[in-house]
Design a protein around this ligand. Structure first.
Ligand SMILES: *[C@@H]1O[C@H](CO)[C@@H](O)[C@H](O)[C@H]1NC(C)=O
Length: 340
């Protein structure tokens, strides 16, 4: 931080700003405080050369997308289950085509049958808000996308907000500021589609021009670059797995018990409210894509009604086929953000 001579007033202002911006060294996960992992201890640089910058606190990371490259980092360890969290501030202004992703994957190890749990942030044209997409794949189930998309109830480019993934052997919960927005309960019928092999945590920013905004209609415009996403409060709280012996070191880790075990009834009410107000897409209700909703889907009349009003073409239940099923399935990722 470059310092110049400042009067007392600006000194106080600066002090205030700092105390507001500095995040606590623990992150709240429900009622438990979880330790923040310094970058050098928990992560390694994945790509993007100088477009990854670690701050002097060792815990805040900037990822930049410009004409030359995006950037990203990955956890040093593989994890089988745990609680994974980051406070993220997204780039502001014109961000069409820009994708910021906070996700778990083992695609490097399992090319044909990988698992994945995704938080994806899809940029937008000026004046339109960022959207979040969540998705999971299990054992290579890439032909069966399980995407959901939501609008946000705040501007994610104005401040840091906490995004978290809880992954156990029976459920996956996505949280925004500790409020659950999606719960996937494992059912027997899901079989291998439920992520169940050790994964690494990835954080990336990249050019998603071909699909991120209106299915590729609005591409990244480098006139507005660099696009900078900020990350802090990085929590890796799970069972590390030895990649050779494939043993999970979880039982010894007493603090693992600190992670939330499920959704309280208060949180369930909050989740219901958010979903019926802010969900803009859910594969469970997309009858053109899935004649029968996949087995883990728990349908809600309120969500169905909200989606029908929001997007009558996709969720109106009209029998008129809009496009071949084959096309829909193949285009599931490409199609990611057609409704703005
Ligand atoms: C996962 O995929 C592999 C390879 O396709 C297969 O052999 C295995 O049975 C699958 N596991 C489950 C649980 O479906």
């Amino acid at each position: 931080m470059a310092m110049s001579v400042v009067g007392p007033f600006f000194g106080i202002l600066r002090l205030l700003t700092c105390s507001v911006l500095l995040l606590p060294v623990v992150v709240k996960a429900s009622d438990a405080d979880l330790p923040i992992m310094p970058f050098e201890e928990g992560y390694t640089h994945l790509f993007g050369d100088d477009n990854l910058v670690i701050h002097r606190d060792g815990k805040t990371v900037h990822l930049t997308l410009d004409e030359s490259t995006g950037s990203g980092f990955v956890s040093q360890d593989l994890y089988l289950h745990g609680f994974f969290s980051a406070s993220i501030k997204l780039p502001a202004d014109y961000t069409a085509g820009v994708v910021v992703a906070f996700y778990m994957s083992n695609g490097d190890t399992y090319e044909r049958n990988h698992d994945e749990i995704d938080f994806e942030f899809l940029g937008n044209i000026r004046g339109k808000d960022w959207r979040i997409q969540t998705n999971i794949y299990g054992n290579g189930s890439t032909s069966a996308g399980r995407e959901e998309r939501y609008s946000l109830w705040f501007d994610p480019a104005e401040d840091f907000h906490q995004y978290s993934i809880l992954w156990t052997d029976s459920q996956i919960i996505f949280y925004v500021d500790n409020v659950p927005i999606r719960e996937v309960k494992r059912t027997e019928a899901m079989g291998g589609d439920f992520p169940s092999k050790p994964m690494s945590l990835y954080v990336t920013i990249w050019d998603g021009s071909d699909w991120a905004t209106n299915g590729g209609k609005y591409r990244v415009n480098y006139k507005y670059a660099p696009y900078v996403a900020e990350f802090s409060g990085l929590v890796l709280h799970g069972c590390t797995v030895d990649p050779i012996e494939r043993l999970s070191r979880c039982d010894q880790d007493v603090s693992f018990r600190l992670i939330p075990t499920g959704i309280s009834s208060k949180q369930r009410n909050q989740m219901g409210g958010i979903r019926k107000k802010h969900m803009t897409y859910s594969y469970c209700y997309d009858q053109a894509r899935y004649k029968v909703p996949p087995p883990e889907c728990v349908m809600s009349p309120k969500e169905a009604e909200h989606l029908r009003v929001f997007d009558p073409v996709t969720f109106g239940g009209s029998r008129r086929p809009r496009s071949s099923r084959h096309h829909r399935a193949r285009a599931s990722r490409v199609d990611a953000a057609t409704s703005m």
